[in-house]
Design a protein around this ligand. Structure first.
Ligand code: AMP
Ligand code: GLY
Length: 423
């Protein structure tokens, strides 16, 4: 089978490495891929949102199956167009991808179907949002409605900061059209858990839970980033909480989407907060998380391609999805200055022994050398029987990788270990 994966980051590299294990796949393409992915798939210079070119490539090259990984092509309808052209896909169609594409949609969905989440108000003009903020509880959580490269959430401690956020989003349009509407939400507290799940619109199979580390610096300091490291499983996510989530969140969400005529097939990502009042949804994503995928898929024992096709064909109920019992840790190595401004083009040196553990996010090939081309450059993952061992191994491997101005957090997984609930 000929398979293509749309996207070109660390998540896509993790998906591709896992798909490579499938005996059924004979040819694997990445659109556009990156300098690291090129070691594992044929990279084709077609952008992740160039849907017309993707369809043309798939037709001309007789591609059997497409995995659409990033949010933007999913929300733009890549799965709809590829399916129309006769190519079987993994990922939700445009109607279902709105669960991530519009926060107003997802908040209204949760309210309508009684799915636990933070209380909220929606605003479509700055005047009423600013008036509301005069007396709103603080901190206020302000979210742009649409996709904003993971930066559309502002947690404002003061009224001044909250009002500035509203003006930035709605008047100065820092997130463009994504900020035409905003959600202002109640501030929740508690440990965060990411749960990626496979669903064919009927059955939901949660994958092993994970924990992201979003801030740039140790001790959860510094700016929000696309994610500086992950661990799996998340020790806060006990079997009892998992049961509650299945009953109160996962199945109700899939059923709600069906009731709305927006059946979701693909990877549905639940960003959860375990509050004193029980688990609540912080966000939905219509795709695999990045960098959660880099710890979740290495623990998947079953054949990813088999599971993906069961999702597409609606036969997930009869398909075994098994995970290994150990733990995984991923440390992201970034370029100095990220997430604000950073230079590119530094040569990456890595020991041969760690290559298999590396998922490349922002690097390209230049004259046979791998050089940095992004802020988050690569992730290094290790699996082991315990989280502590996985973390030690990931950090040992990280030391064998170097480029100018490289940095990484030294405390990935520390909170999970200190929770005293190491698996
Ligand atoms: P998101 O981009 O939706 O993942 O949000 C980014 C981060 O903002 C989340 O991982 C949470 O840490 C935080 N966040 C979002 N919504 C809330 C909320 N209602 N209360 C507290 N923190 C939140
Ligand atoms: N790691 C968070 C996300 O993928 O949105």
């Amino acid at each position: 089978m000929k398979v293509m994966v749309i996207g070109g980051g660390g998540r896509e590299h993790a998906i591709i490495k896992k798909l490579k294990e499938s005996k059924e796949i004979t040819e694997l393409y990445a659109l556009p891929g990156n300098g690291g992915i090129a070691e594992d798939a044929v990279c084709v210079n077609i952008g992740a949102t160039d849907i017309a070119a993707q369809v043309k490539f798939a037709a001309e090259n007789k591609i059997d199956y497409a995995v659409v990984a990033p949010d933007d092509p999913l929300c733009l309808g890549a799965v709809d167009e590829l399916t129309k052209a006769g190519i079987s896909c993994f990922g939700p169609d445009k109607k279902a991808a709105i669960i991530e594409g519009s926060k107003v949609f997802s908040k209204n969905l949760m309210k309508k179907y009684g799915i636990p989440s933070a209380a909220y108000e929606v605003f479509d003009n700055p005047e009423s949002a600013l008036a509301y903020l005069e007396t709103a509880p603080l901190p206020a959580v302000i979210k742009a409605d649409g996709l904003a490269l993971g930066k559309g959430v502002i947690i404002a401690e003061t009224r001044e900061d909250a009002k500035r956020a509203v003006r930035d989003i709605m008047e100065d349009k820092v997130f463009g059209k994504s900020g035409e509407k905003i959600v202002i939400e109640e501030f929740l507290t508690g440990p965060e858990v990411s749960v990626l799940s496979f669903t064919d619109g009927e059955t939901v199979v949660p994958m092993v839970s994970s924990m992201d580390h979003k801030r740039a610096l140790d001790g959860d300091k510094g700016l929000n980033t696309g994610g500086m490291g992950t661990i799996a499983p998340n020790p806060y996510y006990t079997p009892e909480i998992a049961k509650q989530c299945m009953e109160k969140i996962f199945l109700p969400t899939v059923n709600a989407m069906n009731a709305e005529g927006r059946t979701f097939k693909g990877c549905l990502y639940f960003g959860l907060m375990l509050t004193a009042d029980g688990p609540k949804v912080i966000e939905y994503n219509c795709r695999f998380g990045d960098p959660e995928t880099q710890v979740v898929l290495p623990l998947l024992e079953s054949d990813l391609f088999t599971v993906m096709r069961a999702v597409t064909n609606g036969t997930l109920k009869n398909t075994e999805v098994r995970f290994k019992s150990g733990a995984a840790a991923c440390v992201i190595i970034a370029s100095g200055g990220y997430p604000v401004s950073y230079r590119k083009g530094f040569e990456i040196k890595m020991d041969e022994s760690v290559k298999d553990s590396v998922f490349v996010a922002g690097a390209e090939n230049k004259d046979g050398r791998l050089v940095t081309s992004g802020g988050r450059v690569l992730g290094v993952t290790a699996t082991a029987p315990t989280l502590k061992e996985a973390l030690c191994a990931a950090y040992e491997k990280a030391e064998k990788i170097s480029f100018e101005n490289a940095f990484y957090r030294r405390d990935i997984g520390l909170k999970a270990l200190n929770a005293g609930k190491e698996n």
